[in-house]
Unconditional design. Sequence first.
Lengths: 414, 91
Amino acid sequence: MDITIDHARKRIAAIRAEIERLKQSEFPYTHPRDALDQLGKMFERQQAVLEKVSPNAPASVIFTACSTSVYQLFVYVPILGFILRSANVRNAFETYAPLLRLTRSILGPDTKLIISSEWAYSPHVYQSITDLPGFVLIGLPAPESANPLLIPLAGHELGHAVWKAENYSTKFGKQIEDGILKEITNNRWKEYEALFPQVKKEHYLNNDIIARTIWIAAYTYALRQAEEIFCDIFGMRLFSEAYLRAFEYLIAPGVPGERSVLYPNMERRVLHLMEAAKALTVSVEATFTSRFKAEDEPRESTTKLLVSTADAVSAALVPDLITQVLDIALSRVIPQRAFAKVEEVCAGFGKVIPTTMAYSVTDILNAGWSCYLNDDLWKNYQQVQEENRGRVLKDLMLKSLEVSEAFERSREVQ
Amino acid sequence: MILKGEDIYRELTSPKDANDPLVITPMLDLEGIKNSGSASVDMRLGCWFLTFRQSRIGVFDVYDKHADIPSEAKLTKSHYVPFGVEFIKAS
């Protein structure tokens, strides 16, 4: 027996056994189990391939089959961990059903959603999982995964799924490429000439390969920044003021040190949010920007120049990104925060009562934030002690989401 | 004081004290209460349950001083039971 094939077969057998064990977890919803089924079948196919490889086959055949199976393990073991953590009781399971409804209204009725608590502080989404088509996997930071006040951040992650589904990288790609070349040749030529004297202006204007090797980094940064800006705007469209509150809670005043080149710097990110808030009629106080500090820009001269070029291009795209979000919202049935509804929910919370009828997740989350920021909340309710205020409010929000879901299901049955 | 179905219905829909109302939520069949003639309301339990981790503690004495009682996280396991799913609490 060829030891390489033997190892590969045993590795796949081990992961299949692990998937069977994972299926015994207490998943409150079906989609994590559906994902396990699909991954189990994929590894079953892998095993069948490995079984067919003869130990006498050429080394290249053995290596190809075995390295493919190793690659699958590297890709899917973290995903399996994510799926397992989706069953952890630290998750706010009450948020699942309303978020699934929202996700399906945006991405289509067959979309499957898995929400998990992750041991990474930044919320994120797993995208482009070849063997889990139609799945959206959103990870929220474990210490806050039971906190409904931060659910609006899932809106940003859904934005990434929309960006991919709508193929906006291609749609905005040409615009960004043109923007980068224009920025270099019209506004930054002296700086580029000084740093890259061997590349002439016509190389850029003719889209020469020599010039491309230089500006492609700026293009990549600008494209990623545009995606992040889009996701911020999309999250704000879904959750209005609550998105801004959650964003501030999670990250203000910002992380010390050098900024990420794949995001607009914090100062600009917040300014874009303010600009989008105006277009989306989301209320934001003038002091919002002052709660975030400026990040350090890259010191290395080439990176600094490329990033600043990308910054200029992605900033110019903001109006188009806002329009795109508004178009998406118009073409789907996406609930919008309704002040009157928010006030109704607030009035109930003020009496320590969860909602008694169906409200949208957006209205409940905004009411939650409104109460959270109200210093007078429950001032006359001696039974809610100051130290329990946050916990009681979160319980009210979660119960309200559950109540709304009960009404939705009741309506669907009728 | 025992309230009849009609009284419960009235308290739920137009409470005597608007600042301290009787609330049952979700109330999916309000008319059913009014017409039931019963002096009670059947309610559904919530979705969260705690069960003892029996292998972690031999005896649980409710008269122990609060400081001596192990934390809820140590004593119990949380379960989330979605709508429509059965949960067997005791065997």
